[in-house]
Design a protein around this ligand. Sequence first.
Ligand code: TRP
Ligand code: SF4
Length: 340
Amino acid sequence: MPDKIANTSRPRVLSGMRPTGKLHLGNYMGALANWVKLQDAYECFFFIADWHALTTDYADTSKICDNIDDVILDWLGAGLDPEKCVLFLQSKVKNHAHLHLLFSMITPLGWLERVPTYKEQQENITGKDLTTYGFLGYPLLQAADILLYQAQFVPVGQDQVAHVELTREVARRFNQFYKIGEKEVFPEPKSLLTPSPKLPGTDGRKMSKSYGNTIELTDDEATVRAKLKTMVTDPARIRRTDPGSIDKCPVGDLHKVFSTKEKIAEVTEGCSTAGIGCIQCKGWAADSLVQILKPIQERRASFTVEQAQQILIAGSERAAKRAAVTMQEVDEAMQMRYPR
Ligand code: TRP
Ligand code: SF4
């Protein structure tokens, strides 16, 4: 049967996520919701980067499998559709490792040492020894992830742009050394910057799993309401009668992202005149969140874990087929076919 997705002439997109477990609203707004839109216009490959998880969490691998289950279920819940895009698991496509190895031969160490996340994370992540070969090479593994599918576009957040930049340099260097006749093997992929609105967590800082301030896609209504209750507000509103500003309040930021225009107007007015209380306002914010989460949770619940796993396995087979096409070209360009 011809592969309906792989045989289109739509530009190819690839992106990945580490299997960190249940996804939160920040992951949804910062990546997933955008992926769901892209799947209609592009030939999309989305994968769970389980080997990448090892670059920082190699010492404890006990949660990786469960985390993968959670991520694929959240993806399906969010509306990624295996009929429209290829959803796969990195470690099921061994050619990621093969291409990474070949790239490691041509990549100067300085390129990797210069990646801004390298020093940053080494300093910020404490309690783990990150002076490993794998950690230094992780952006190169990412380059292999992208180029293995000869992808033209990589939807990522600002924090990943430097990695796509490195990927372009690696593609250029490979193309300089090796060609098939006149033909270059790798296109230089471009970042598709995900427009991500400011999304604070319950403590007012950026929503992030490492801060423990998240609202998860699987949080039920009671949990959402309880989390909103403890959420920080405009510090100027100490008493109910103190006026505040929606622009200085994390709850206000949630309204701006998830509430209707009318509701935002009502909050803006009510907050600045002390016409409404924060408890009421948080209740409204919770209403908006519950509305967004409900269809996601319903769709998520329509899949069993086994079905989700099956989707990931089948997607990985499709991804492997596409990866093999690239590797044929790589071997030919590098004259690594033996015997001639
Ligand atoms: N490094 C990315 C992150 O931490 C995940 C990732 C791995 C990725 N390989 C990728 C993203 C390829 C885009 C393309 O979020
Ligand atoms: Fe924030 Fe709403 Fe309270 Fe204003 S009324 S400070 S926007 S929670």
